[in-house]
Design a protein around this ligand. Structure first.
Ligand code: PLP
Length: 445
């Protein structure tokens, strides 16, 4: 039996049915305002009114444990971040064409967490913008256009970035001519030697581009392979693939929008787990704990080359309020020991989930690092067959028990465990207990 490929925005999506919303309800107003572009979670969408730490509260007073969100990464509405934003917003907010102490202090603090090589930054507002620019920097440096990505990658929403985001494509049609797709770095695709198999696939993809007359430009990947279904181990497996990409003349763009900012527990950045230094690093989501900010960091020579041809200015990117938020996030991660917490609580949680995998045949695998874990659901008795229906049932069961979570993977059969980094052991246990109850409700054959 095969499962259907699912675009990322269809996972756990509310199916809009015009009859379901009484006139004047929030849902009806939403429909009138957002139209076809509305994307809501859950068959019974939630109106969320406030958040704190790992918890969100709905308009009906119900509290939810948030296991979905890696944006409010240091905790919803962290008072330190909120105060930093408020204080700077009340003082000055301006674009980057003026000197500003706070912006430089922020970048110096951020760069102290990164390899020395990537020492020039472009600040922008979304991960999509950062990846769009990364493609342009890579194209200029390589003189090529060919990009290799994984089969359920998501890198953002601009036209260029949608071209390299297979999980955003709804229609089965030709892959853009300059793009080649490789399977995620899984044992299912490559057997025991994931590092070699994945590197061979990347090398073959670039060779195929060259054979079609398209010069290699970039290998871009999210080093935790979040939308592919979370692939973290063994640390270091990514290095041969990056070497293969560089041997073909391509640059390595490390998309840290998902794994960055200490989430994987053993490192601040996902690429560091693989012993790599990217040519270009992009980041976003948790960077401002909800304040919209993103960045590209690269080598000065690469940025200089790009700037020979075009100027780049971003009106809101790098404004001092964003810098204040970003600085507060870095301070909170350091002072509250959130990287160590991600490692310790993530390790505890993974062990509890692995125990569930032993007990329930529909849990095919538990993968991940720190507080980024994937729980893969398969057909009981047929571990090679994905079971997206089980993932959907678990998401609904957890919702009923006050836990919010999403899915990932090409078939939407992997639960994506991604709570704020301040998660406590008791909250991790709450999740594992609720999941065990939901698994108990699933059919075993
Ligand atoms: C790996 C990755 N890169 C880039 C992006 C795009 O970021 P944004 O939504 O801020 O444009 C996302 C968003 O989900 C992502 O998961």
């Amino acid at each position: 039996m095969t499962a259907t490929v699912k675009p990322i925005l269809d996972l756990n999506a509310f199916r809009d049915d015009a009859s379901a919303a009484p006139a004047g309800s929030l849902l009806a107003r939403r429909r009138a305002n957002f139209g076809a572009a509305s994307v809501l979670f859950y068959s019974d969408p939630i109106e969320v009114v406030r958040g704190q730490g790992v918890w969100m509260e709905a308009a009906d007073g119900r509290r939810y444990l948030d296991f979905y969100n890696n944006v409010p990464s240091v905790g919803h509405c962290h008072p330190r971040v909120v105060a930093a934003i408020a204080e700077q917003a009340a003082t000055l907010n301006i674009n980057t064409r003026y000197l500003n102490q706070r912006v430089e202090s922020y970048l110096e603090r951020l760069k102290a967490t990164l390899p020395d090589e990537v020492s020039n930054a472009v600040l922008c507002c979304t991960g999509s913008e950062a990846n769009d620019l990364a493609l342009r920097v890579a194209a200029k440096a390589s003189g090529g256009a060919g990009v290799v990505v994984t089969e359920a990658a998501y890198h953002g929403n601009t036209a260029a970035v949608t071209d390299i985001s297979p999980s955003a494509w709804k229609l089965a049609g030709p892959v853009p001519a300059h793009v080649r797709i490789v399977p995620p770095p899984s044992a299912a695709a490559f057997g025991a030697d994931i590092a070699q198999g994945f590197a061979d696939a990347v090398a073959a993809a670039f060779a195929d581009l060259q054979a079609s007359g398209i010069r290699p430009s970039a290998f871009i990947c999210d080093s935790i392979f979040s939308s592919d279904g979370v692939y973290a181990d063994p640390p270091g497996f990514l290095a041969p693939a990056v070497a293969a990409a560089r041997a073909a003349g391509a640059l390595y763009i490390g998309d840290e929008v998902q794994p960055g900012f200490a989430r994987t527990g053993d490192a601040m950045w996902g690429f560091a787990r693989h012993g790599l230094v990217p040519d270009i690093v992009t980041m976003g989501k948790p960077m401002g704990n909800g304040f919209p900010m993103a960045a590209l960091l690269t080598r000065p020579d690469l940025l200089a080359l790009f700037c020979e041809d075009v100027g780049y200015f971003n009106t809101f990117g790098g404004n001092p309020v964003a810098a204040a938020a970003g600085l507060a996030v870095l301070e909170v991660i350091a002072e509250e020991g959130l990287q160590a917490n991600a490692l310790a609580i993530g390790g505890h949680l993974k062990a509890r989930l692995a125990a569930l995998a032993q007990r329930y045949p529909m849990v095919g695998a538990v993968r991940g690092a720190g507080l980024f874990i994937g729980i893969e659901l398969v057909q009981p008795g047929d571990p090679a067959t994905p079971d997206p229906a089980a993932a959907t049932a678990l998401i609904a069961g957890l919702h009923r028990r006050g836990v919010l979570i999403g899915a990932a993977g090409r078939y939407g059969n992997t639960l994506k465990v991604r709570p704020p980094l301040c998660l406590t052991r008791a909250e991790a246990d709450l999740f594992a207990d609720a999941l065990a109850e939901c698994l108990e409700e699933l059919p075993t054959a």
